[in-house]
Design a binder for this molecule. Structure first.
Ligand code: 5GP
Length: 204
C-alpha cells in the first residue's frame, strides 16, 4: 500500500479555508483532517475533539515536553499545535492528511516532512478578508486589527509555499485543491514502483 500524502494548508485567518476544506473532504473520502490542540477559548459552535482540543497552557507544555507535538506555534497570544500520533497512523494507512496551520508551524513542517505539499490560500483582496473577519462577529476590534496585521505578515510567507489558491469562487478553489492533490500523487518519486514493477515483470 502506498503511503499517504501530507497536505499542509495555510491561510490568513478568515481567509475562507474552512469552507474550502469542508467541501474538499466531502468530495474525497480518503482525506483525513488533523485536529490541533490550542490554548484559545472555543468560539460558539466549536466542539472539543472536533474543531480543536481546547486545553490549558500547562497541558500544552506537557504535550510538548513528552514529544507528542509534531509542531507548534504561538499565534495572536495563543498556542496551537499538531498532535503527532494520528498523522503518522493515517499516513501509514495510506490516507492523505490535511494540516491546517499558520505559517510558523508551516515552516517547521516543511523541514520535518520535506515531501509534504504546501498550499497557501489567499482571499481575493484585503477588503474581502476584513469583511469576512468582521462578518464572523466573534472577535473584538483589537483582535480583528491584530489578525489583519498578522494576515499582512502571513502573505509575505506565501512565497515559501508550493501552490497558491485564490479563494474567490468556492467551486474553483476546491477544484484547484483537487487538481493539486491529483497531480502531486502522480509524481514519479512518490511511487517509483509504478515503473520498477513494470521493469521487474518477466520478459515475454
Ligand atoms: P483560529 O484561532 O482562527 O482557529 O486559528 C488561528 C491560526 O492558527 C490559523 O492560521 C490556523 O491555521 C492556525 N492553526 C490551527 N491549528 C494549528 C496548529 O496545530 N499549528 C499551528 N502552527 N497553527 C495552527
Amino acid at each position: 500500500m502506498s503511503k499517504g500524502l501530507l497536505l499542509m494548508v495555510s491561510a490568513p485567518s478568515a481567509g475562507g479555508k474552512g469552507t474550502i476544506l469542508g467541501e474538499l473532504f466531502r468530495r474525497d473520502g480518503n482525506l483525513r483532517m488533523s485536529v490541533s490542540a490550542t490554548t484559545r477559548s472555543p468560539r460558539e459552535g466549536e466542539e472539543h475533539g472536533k474543531h480543536y482540543y481546547f486545553i490549558s497552557r500547562e497541558e500544552f507544555k506537557n504535550l510538548i515536553d513528552s514529544g507528542s507535538m509534531l509542531e507548534y506555534a504561538e499565534y495572536v497570544g495563543n498556542l496551537y499545535g499538531t498532535p503527532r500520533g494520528p498523522i503518522e497512523q493515517w499516513l501509514s494507512q495510506g490516507h492523505d492528511v490535511v494540516l491546517e496551520i499558520e505559517v510558523q508551524g508551516g515552516a517547521q513542517i516543511k523541514k520535518l516532512v520535506p515531501d509534504c505539499v504546501s498550499v497557501f490560500i489567499t482571499p481575493p483582496s484585503m477588503e474581502v478578508l476584513e469583511k469576512r473577519l468582521r462578518g464572523r462577529g466573534t472577535e473584538n476590534e483589537e483582535t480583528i486589527q491584530k489578525r489583519l496585521d498578522t494576515a499582512r505578515k502571513e502573505l509575505l510567507q506565501a512565497e515559501h509555499y508550493d501552490y497558491v489558491v485564490i479563494n474567490d469562487r468556492l467551486e474553483d478553489a476546491v477544484d484547484d485543491m483537487q487538481a493539486i492533490l491529483r497531480s502531486e500523487k502522480l509524481r514519479y518519486e512518490r511511487e517509483p514502483e509504478r515503473i520498477n514493477g513494470l521493469l521487474a515483470a518477466p520478459k515475454a
